[in-house]
Write a protein that binds this ligand. Structure first.
Ligand code: DC
Length: 221
């Protein structure tokens, strides 16, 4: 039987690091659904489509083919056949993804791809609405969060490490805006599923969070 772990939470909570790690250690597939929204967002940016203009976005969607492949266990995102896995990792794309993800037509487009990935295999899937909408029957649901200050500092250090200069107050402001958008939209907002385990990673290491999730998973098997 396939085992599904849903990890939801706000931007910068460490979902992808944790989900990737847990998936590798359990030999499950890691599915990063944010990357799918980012791929759509990249198309919108490149083609100057305004995400506030729902009609324009809906008209663009048939021209956007989002596909996914795994290379050495790493999820690769393709936009109309082009591997854009590197290009989708900017703050600009993240902000556009958050805006576009509030539109029902965009969510509808990505729904089947996400469900299909989980249909035939065991997955750790992360996002905002995985436990609430995409995998409502997941055997384990985690709501992973951390304080705004912790999430901003993690982002700041990550950017510094990449050699990208940035300002901590700006990152913090960005995270607050993303939280606002992702938690208060009318369709599939980020909320904790009633049966999700709440994990605050502010004072925990990656190891500690991953161990907790694996322990919860073992209890459930
Ligand atoms: O996890 P991320 O930062 O890569 O996601 C980018 C945006 O995509 C996020 O701000 C909201 C949206 N998103 C969503 O609405 N639902 C998901 N399941 C995943 C991401």
């Amino acid at each position: 039987m396939n085992y599904h772990i849903a990890i939801d939470g706000p931007a910068g909570a460490g979902k992808s690091t944790i989900a990737r790690r847990v998936a590798r250690e359990l030999s499950f597939i890691y599915v990063d659904t944010g990357a799918m929204y980012r791929t759509v967002a990249l198309y919108l940016i490149r083609n100057h489509v305004d995400a506030d203009d729902e009609q324009a976005v809906a008209a663009a969607l048939p021209r956007i083919n989002v596909s996914i492949a795994y290379e050495n266990g790493e999820q690769q995102m393709f936009l109309n056949g082009e591997n854009v896995s590197g290009q989708i990792r900017t703050e600009e794309v993240g902000n556009m993804a958050s805006k576009a993800a509030a539109l029902p037509c965009v969510r509808e487009k990505l729904l089947d791809l996400q469900k299909e990935l989980a249909r035939t295999q065991s997955v750790v899937m992360d996002g905002r609405d995985i436990g609430t909408h995409i995998l409502p029957d997941a055997q384990l649901k985690i709501y992973l969060t951390a304080s705004v200050e912790t999430r901003a500092m993690r982002r700041f250090l990550e950017q510094e490490q990449k050699g990208v200069s940035c300002s901590l107050p700006e990152i913090e402001e960005d995270i607050r805006r993303r939280d606002e958008q992702d938690m208060h939209r009318s369709i599939a907002p980020l909320i904790q599923a009633p049966d999700a385990v709440y994990l605050d990673s502010s004072d925990l290491t990656v190891d500690e969070v991953a161990e907790k999730i694996k322990a919860l998973c073992r209890q459930g098997i």
